[in-house]
Design a protein around this ligand. Sequence first.
Ligand code: NAD
Length: 342
Amino acid sequence: MGVATTERTRALLSKQWFPLSHADAAHENERIEIVAVCDADAERAREAARGLGLTEASAFTDAQAMLHAVKPDICSIATRTPGRVDLIRLAIDAGVKAIHSEKPLSQTLLDGENLMEEVQKRGVHFTYGTLRRFMAPYRLAKKLVEEGRIGPLREIVVDHNFKDLLLWSHPHSVDLLLFFGGAEVESVNAVCEFEDGAVSGNTVDCDPRVDFARVRFKSGCLGMITSTTGMNVRLTGDEGAIHIVGNGERVELHDKGQGTFFTRRTVLEVPPAPSGTAQALRELVSALDGEAAVSIAPDEVAMNQRVLWSIVSSALANGATVRVNEANEKLVITGRTGALTA
Ligand SMILES: NC(=O)c1ccc[n+]([C@@H]2O[C@H](COP(=O)([O-])OP(=O)(O)OC[C@H]3O[C@@H](n4cnc5c(N)ncnc54)[C@H](O)[C@@H]3O)[C@@H](O)[C@H]2O)c1
């Protein structure tokens, strides 16, 4: 996600997702100049610098050294989860005022929440790798909901993938729930699969597979994460439904027409727009220019983590209802799959 997109990822996603990597999106933004890269792996750092046409001196292996040498306006972070919170803090302490970070935020709930409090307090503009909220199909759907086109929103269903991984994938589905339903969440019920022997005391040393999760918002709206493949979002209100189909490929409005059920389908035109990463970076530039705040709030990122922790807390209690303020704050979720973490 930092500098290169694999062929496998290219094959999975349609045109609207690109530029996807942080560097590709930065490169296409005329207000951004990439001045340095950092990777703990020296060869990867050098290779990234070469690929971006930077000098070897612009390739760092130590984030603190880079931050102090180049004093960037914007820092983007695409490491794996361990140490991510520390890197974001380093950037804030080095005076960086705009940060784009990959998901998931942290391996413990409080690390993530404390960091988001700090982001808020220090007035740092922060965007997050939950890209769909920055993309046109999802924004169009939200606008229609806000305009009342389907009446009061009652249910948000996110079909992500069959039993997808909690920390690797579900920051995305939880973000979609919060994007449409708001960050005021009441409770969660969930069923997950854990690797054999992964759960010990408060440590979950795997990336749990989510069978199903139900999120109840304080508004009474319900959010569902299913194990259905297809990457669809279905928003249902009293007067109709909006379906975002196939990972943002199509947006459909379903309403009653002359009938009783939502059987009239209209495929909506989605205006061309920047990719999710490009839009997130544009928002950081615009926030630095004092033109507009970024479209994601630290509270939403913090609530995303809290919902993920509530999913695991509920699954460990056989699907019991867990109020989000009672999620197990001591749980460490490593997000490990084999040798890698989310
Ligand atoms: N937003 C999305 O749609 C999306 C898609 C894929 C991956 N991701 C997320 O992006 C992150 C990165 O994924 P990836 O596939 O690019 O991982 P990767 O393993 O290919 O790259 C991570 C790099 O970070 C470097 N690194 C780790 N700690 C470091 C540190 N302290 N200082 C400097 N460099 C450090 C590693 O050496 C490695 O080269 C993951 O957390 C993943 O969940 C997001």
